[in-house]
Each structure stands twice: as C-alpha cells, then as structure tokens.
Design a protein around this ligand. Structure first.
Ligand code: SAH
Ligand code: SF4
Ligand code: F3S
Length: 446
C-alpha cells in the first residue's frame, strides 16, 4: 500500500487527545503514518477546541500558516469542537479547507477523505468542501477500530461523551452533544488492549466523566466508582485516574473508590469555577460553595493525602469584588496542588454571552493576576513538601534534552529525571531534590 503522511495537531482537552489518537488508528489501515510537521503531509487534521475565543483564533492563525504548504495533494481537515460549532464559518473564512467534521463523526473520516479527493479532481473553488457535523444516532465508539497504534505508558480512554449540565458560560453541551456512557464491558476490552500494549496508567476521560452511568456486564447501571473497581482487576494496570469531574456528580461510591481501590490515584481535578454562590447560580453550576467544600472534606477523610486541582473563571457577568474575594477565600480554604484559571470569554450561543453586567477586560485581568498569585504560591508549597521524599514515578514522557525523561507521581506532579531510555515506561522510586510551581526534579534511587 502507498505510504501517506498524516499530521495531526490537537488543541483543547484530554478528550481531544484521545480522539486524535483514534483518528490515527482509523487512518492507519489506509496507509497513513504520523509525521511531526505539516509540510509535505498528505493529510493535515487540526483537532480543535471551541472553549474560549483564544483557542479559536489560534486555529485560524495555524490554518494561515499551513496554507502555503497546501498543494493539490494535501487534504486539510478541521475536526473537533470548533468544527462542530463553526463548520460553515470555517469553510467561508478558509475556503481552502477540504473537510470540516465534529467530534462525533470521525469514524467516517475514510469516506470523507474519498469525497474530498473526488471533489479535488473536479473544479476548484469554494463550496467544494466536505462538511459532516451530524450527531449520528449510532455511537462512534461502535465503529472505532480495536487496535490502538500508539500506546504510551500512560493512556487515555474515553468512557463518556457529551454533557447535559448547560453551565451558562460553556459551549461543550452544544459541541459534544448529550451525555452518553459506554458500556462497562466495551471499556474493559479497550483497557485490556491498552495494557497489553504497555499502558500502566489509564486516565478515564469524558467531558463530565463522573456523570458516567454505563451498563454493567450484568445489565445494571454502574457509576464511575463501580467502573473503576471493575477495571482495577485488570492485570498490569497500576494506576487509574479520571478527568474532568463535576462537583454535583461526586457520589458516595466514587469517593469510596479513592479509599478502597488502590489503583485510584490520590489526585482529583474537581473544577469549582467560583467561590460565590451568587455567581455559581448565575453560571447554572447547580451547587453551592458549601457543597463543594463538603465534598472535599469527605474525600479527605477517605484519602487524607488527596491532592486537589480545579478550574476557575474570573469576571463572569455580574461578578463583583465581593464575589471574587469569595473565590480567593475558597482557594485559601482548600489548598490546591495545581489549577487552571481563565478570564471569562463570552461564547456565541451561550446564555452568559447575552447577560448584562459583562465585566471589563482590565478588571478580569487584574482579578486573574491576584488569583494566580495565590494559586501559584499554593502549588509551590505543595511541591516543596515532596523535597527529600522518595516517591514512585511512572516514566511516561521523553524530556526535551537527551537522557531526560519525565514522569508522574501519584499526586500528578511532573518529575524530571536523568536516566537511560530502557527505563522509559517503568515505575521507579525517585528521591525529589528540587521543586518549582509546576514540576519537580529528582534522582532515581537504585
Ligand atoms: N467539564 C468540565 C469543564 C470543561 S471546560 C467541568 O464541568 O468543569 C474546561 C474549563 O474551561 C472549565 O472548567 C472552565 O473553567 C473553562 N471554561 C469553559 N468555558 C469558558 C468560558 N466561556 N470562558 C472562560 N473559561 C471557560
Ligand atoms: Fe461545560 Fe458545565 Fe458541562 Fe463542564 S459541566 S462541560 S463546564 S456545561
Ligand atoms: Fe475544547 Fe471541546 Fe474539549 S471545546 S475543552 S475540545 S470538549
């Protein structure tokens, strides 16, 4: 078969990383091999994100950069959430794009590529592009190939898609569609294949992963806690994580899994967005700050060493200085090991964009600065506690320099170590020597 070059660039969340991998798997039987740069590629896929305006502008600027390499042979595709939300607009703004697709149709890529080639053979010009942004009734998961072609020591596995929460700032329910949970048996089969190919850690991913309510092998409904207990029986699986979760869906069984299932790592990314009940309500988060803090307290009784992470939005419409201070005090109360924080970005089609009292950008920027100063201090002090300790590190990524490998502690801290390539993919004991706000450095204990 003729060898073809495939370049994929992934924007956005872990679900997109998983999807990009699966697109490569689908295209492999057609002769496509991954390549590192878009020049000379036969197929370029930008797997995009629509969450904030910045993410979107980045895609248009990357499209502009790829355009000069685009010859008659190259097929250029825009996939992912921006494709779903803005398909027609992308075709208009960048008419040289051949294919636009959403996150739920990529199992049909081979067919789209064939159509794009046929229309390339015909006359050039706008309107010849292939657009597939349906939400097909059949699950894409039933149509994905069994084989994962690129499996690292730490793998993502999508167990759930979509979101029914409709937070007023968020595009995800529109781009990913309604919630769908994969059956536990299909997840176990995929997890088994990942472990057979060398995965030691699996992160279960989904837009709202703890809303998981899939069918158990015996035909009952299982939540995420039960699912992880089931997956923990898998030989070779050393670590389990999940991402991203909603505070409303932290049920008792899931919290107990942090105590009872040794493979479930002592780390949780649980976005709270704001510490003000007034803003949480306007965001339609459907919980209070107290509910969130109660969750954390309970988790800490089950797993006292659990490390916590969150997402924050500052400057949501109507946010006052007083509301913002409530976010700061929630942060003080919890103590985070890491976090992501953003200025509110009004998104077309979401209720937040139409709200009165939009907060001016300079105030958003000022609040973001104050919040990040506090968070960074917490991150650093969390990491500094690791210095002098010996921790198990799963070596899962190549570093930028020769001989340098990156790994992860159980608490999801990145660790740089100097070592030889044969240790890649193993879990080793590392004595931590240095800490920064974002990472650790250490030496392998022989
Ligand atoms: N499903 C996850 C979040 C997915 S989006 C959850 O429920 O928490 C990832 C993060 O992006 C969100 O947690 C939020 O902090 C941020 N985000 C989403 N929409 C945003 C917007 N319009 N402006 C700024 N940040 C946003
Ligand atoms: Fe977006 Fe809210 Fe759903 Fe998370 S829970 S994906 S923030 S709508
Ligand atoms: Fe972005 Fe879609 Fe993920 S909007 S954050 S890629 S679900």
């Amino acid at each position: 078969m003729l060898q073809k070059r495939l370049y994929i660039k992934t924007y956005g969340c872990q679900a997109n990383v998983y999807d990009s991998g699966r697109m490569a798997d689908i295209l492999k039987p057609l002769g496509y091999e991954l390549t590192e740069t878009p020049e000379h590629a036969d197929l370029v896929i930008l797997n995009t994100c629509h969450i904030r305006e910045k993410a979107e502008e980045k895609v248009y600027s990357d499209l502009g950069r790829i355009r000069p390499y685009k010859d008659d042979k190259m097929i250029l595709a825009v996939a992912g959430c921006m494709g779903q939300a803005e398909g027609a607009e992308i075709m208009r703004r960048a008419p040289y794009v051949d294919i636009v697709l959403g996150p739920q149709t990529y199992h049909r890529l081979p067919e789209m590529i064939a159509r794009a080639h046929r229309s390339q053979d015909k006359e050039k010009g706008p309107g010849r592009g292939v657009l597939d942004v349906e939400f097909p009734v059949e699950s894409k998961f039933d149509h994905l190939p069994e084989n994962h072609t690129h499996v690292g020591p730490s793998a993502f596995l999508a167990i759930q898609e979509g979101c029914d929460k409709f937070c007023t700032f968020c595009v995800v329910p529109y781009t990913r569609g309604a919630e769908y949970s994969r059956p536990a048996r299909a997840i176990m089969e995929e997890a088994t294949r990942l472990c057979e190919r060398g995965a030691k850690e699996i992160t279960l991913v989904g837009q709202n992963v703890n809303a998981y309510h899939g069918e158990s092998p015996a035909g009952q409904e299982w939540g995420l806690g039960k699912l992880m207990e089931y997956l923990a029986s898998l030989k070779g699986l050393e670590r389990l994580r999940y991402m991203t979760s909603h505070p409303r869906d932290m049920d008792e069984e899931l919290m107990e899994a942090h105590r009872d299932v040794p493979q479930v790592m002592p780390f949780l990314h649980l976005p709270v967005q704001s510490g003000s009940d007034r803003i949480l309500e306007a965001m339609n988060r459907k919980h209070t700050a107290k509910h969130y803090l109660d969750c954390i307290e309970k988790l800490r009784t089950y797993r006292p060493d659990i490390a916590l992470s969150s997402d924050f939005i500052v400057g949501f419409p109507g946010e006052t200085e007083e509301d913002f201070k409530k976010t700061l005090s929630l942060v003080q109360e919890v103590g985070y090991s890491q976090s992501y924080s953003f200025k509110y970005s009004p998104r077309p089609g979401t209720p937040g964009a139409l709200m009165d009292d939009q907060v001016p950008d300079d105030i958003k920027a000022e609040r973001l600065g104050r919040l990040q100063d506090l968070l960074n201090t917490q991150h650093l002090s969390f990491h500094e506690k690791s210095v002098g300790k010996t921790v198990p590190v799963l070596l899962d990524r190549q570093g930028k320099q020769d001989g340098q490998i990156l790994g992860k502690t159980p608490h999801f801290q990145s660790v740089y170590v100097e070592t030889t390539p044969e240790l890649f993919g193993t879990c080793v004991d590392v004595i931590i020597e240095k800490a920064s706000a974002n990472s650790l450095t250490g030496t392998i204990v022989s």
